[in-house]
Design a protein around this ligand. Sequence first.
Ligand SMILES: C[S@@+](CC[C@H](N)C(=O)[O-])C[C@H]1O[C@@H](n2cnc3c(N)ncnc32)[C@H](O)[C@@H]1O
Length: 357
Amino acid sequence: MLERLMVRVGRSLPRSLKDRVRSAAQRILVPVPAPVPKGEIEPRHLIYTYGTDRLAVCYLATEQSDVSLIQKCVELLRPQKPIPVVCHAPGLSTLFNHPMIEVVTYEEFARRKIPVAVLVNDSRESEVELRCRDLWRSGAQFAIYDAYQPSDIVSEQKLRRYRDVTLHLEASTLFPTIYSNWDYINILVKEISDRPLDVLDMFAGSGVIGFCLRRETAIRSIAFCDVNYWAVRSMRRTMTADPALRGDIWLSEGLTGVPRSASFDLIVGNPPHADVDLSGPRVLPGADPRWEAHHLFFRDAHKHLRPGGRILFTESASAKIHEGFYTSLTARYPQYRLGRYIEQPNHVCFVMEILKA
Ligand SMILES: C[S@@+](CC[C@H](N)C(=O)[O-])C[C@H]1O[C@@H](n2cnc3c(N)ncnc32)[C@H](O)[C@@H]1O
């Protein structure tokens, strides 16, 4: 009742006031760390690792101070072959003086199909985004990694491109990662193939998984569920900007907010991973103490799965979720049987298949 009243009052406010109220609310209510100030970023922050591997990246230099940071980072990396660097400001290219750095254009970076661009500081971020958007429009697929973000959580509203989708991220939602998302989405795309399934993206966050499936597969429908209000807002904004991605979105803890009549052929998701009592913004969406979020979900999921329906979750191998949760799942919930444990070589995550018994 009170919430509805607030929404009604909120709608009648002028836009400028609305924006101010919203950013004040985010500052007070959303405990996210600010970007690292310039001068405090260290070369090691620029190293992007992937499982046990260091991933092929391209660095994006926008300022003079980026030059020495990138050069020192390359010293740490000791690469076998030169690492590409795009100079957003053309004058910077003459300042690089390292045999293992190759200055390339934005177009060349995209042509090489490098999956990650590491942005060193936030001063020209929107210009870089605009430049990248041209490449995205031409079909190039890569993600930007903000080395200056001390957290995997977005600290202010941002647009981020991931595969073939432009995500509108609100503060407190998670940046989609290469770790738990990219290969997982590849696996899902293969699993779904051309089947017209009704799919739920559970623990959806920015909605990155569901939106990519909507774009890349022949699924009949996509729906989303997350307990975080700002995640729901992000997904709504993404859909408003790109109506082809539309689907139901439920603000819901577990499946408690999903209508009883909603049923799916497939539930996908990247649940909070670790059974530890973590606190602090960096880990907010990542921890699941005592597997409470998992239990709450599995308590109800079978009611929303059609006969033959299944769940495919990406889970962290290092958090020992298989040993800590899935080995006893079917004893506790006889409505399920365990399917495949899909391992990914040199990867921090595995994919768990759970079938409706
Ligand atoms: C690891 S993040 C994954 C986000 C997104 N799917 C991705 O891959 O980037 C986990 C998400 O689960 C949500 N979450 C945590 N506990 C939940 C619960 N009990 N019910 C619904 N959502 C929950 C968090 O808000 C967060 O967005």
